[in-house]
Ligand binder design. Structure first.
Ligand code: CTP
Ligand code: CA
Length: 226
């Protein structure tokens, strides 16, 4: 019986999920961010809880209600998210990096509000740390799930990310496709692992989340037999 197994699929598993955008301050009143609403990450947290996991949700700023039963860690910047994930990594069984982490941040955060002047404004940005890549470099038993939001060459780019970041799974979606974009309640994703790619149909983010965990558990099982 599927629904009975479901409640115990992730029993005893510690799962860390990151969700939402990050916010990179420019000055006390301005920041850079992206279009992530956090819906996929929160759906993953809810699904994991329903499947019996112990869930920590590390969330950037969203307007969503924290899933009942999840340990919440609220962060703003990519740096804060990096520190939060790393502090929980050793004890985690599965880490899901569904957050849309800023790739760049202003090179300096101004103490005072930037006043306008005539002419153009040039701001300098520096790279943030790649959280997923850093986890891939230090993982031992943890199963690492990354996301790839692409607008073109989805499979090719996602596969490259799997290898480059030493992840165990990449969930890829085309954010330009209707129903797969930012803020939707649905998602059409492809699950990419070392030796296979599975295209899921358009599903609710809840259903997609469940499929992602089912596949992860399957992969973790085969991994132990190696
Ligand atoms: N990621 C991360 N830390 C960053 C940037 C990305 O952990 N500083 C993670 C995301 O959470 C996601 C995966 O890496 O799980 C892929 O993110 P994505 O933005 O699609 O890829 P990038 O490697 O940042 O490359 P690009 O944006 O150029 O496509
Ligand atoms: Ca990126």
């Amino acid at each position: 019986n599927d629904s009975m197994n479901d409640k115990t699929l992730l029993k005893g598993k510690r799962i860390v999920i990151t969700a939402g955008p990050t916010r990179e301050m420019v000055d006390p009143v301005r920041f850079f961010t992206n279009r992530s609403t956090g819906k996929m990450g929160y759906a993953l947290a809810e699904a994991a809880l329903q499947l019996g996991a112990e869930v920590t949700l590390i969330s950037g700023p969203t307007n969503l209600i924290p899933p009942a039963g999840a340990h919440m860690v609220e962060v703003n910047s990519a740096e804060e998210m990096y520190n939060a994930v790393h502090s929980l990594f050793k004890q985690a069984d599965i880490v899901v990096k569904s957050a849309a982490v800023a790739d760049y941040r202003p090179r300096e955060i101004l103490d005072q509000k930037l006043k306008k002047k005539d002419g153009n404004l040039v701001l300098e940005f520096e790279r943030t740390k790649d959280i997923l890549k850093s986890l891939g470099e230090m993982k031992d038993r943890q199963f690492l799930i990354g996301f790839a939001a692409e607008t073109t060459n989805v499979e090719e780019y996602a596969k490259a990310k799997l290898h480059k970041k030493n992840a165990d799974m990449i969930v890829a979606n085309n954010v330009k496709e209707t129903g797969s974009g930012f803020g939707t309640d649905t998602n059409k994703v492809s699950i990419i692992t070392r030796d296979a790619i599975r295209h899921l149909p358009m599903l609710s983010k809840q259903e997609a989340a469940k499929e992602i965990f089912k596949e992860a558990i399957k992969q973790m099982g085969t991994r132990h037999e190696e």
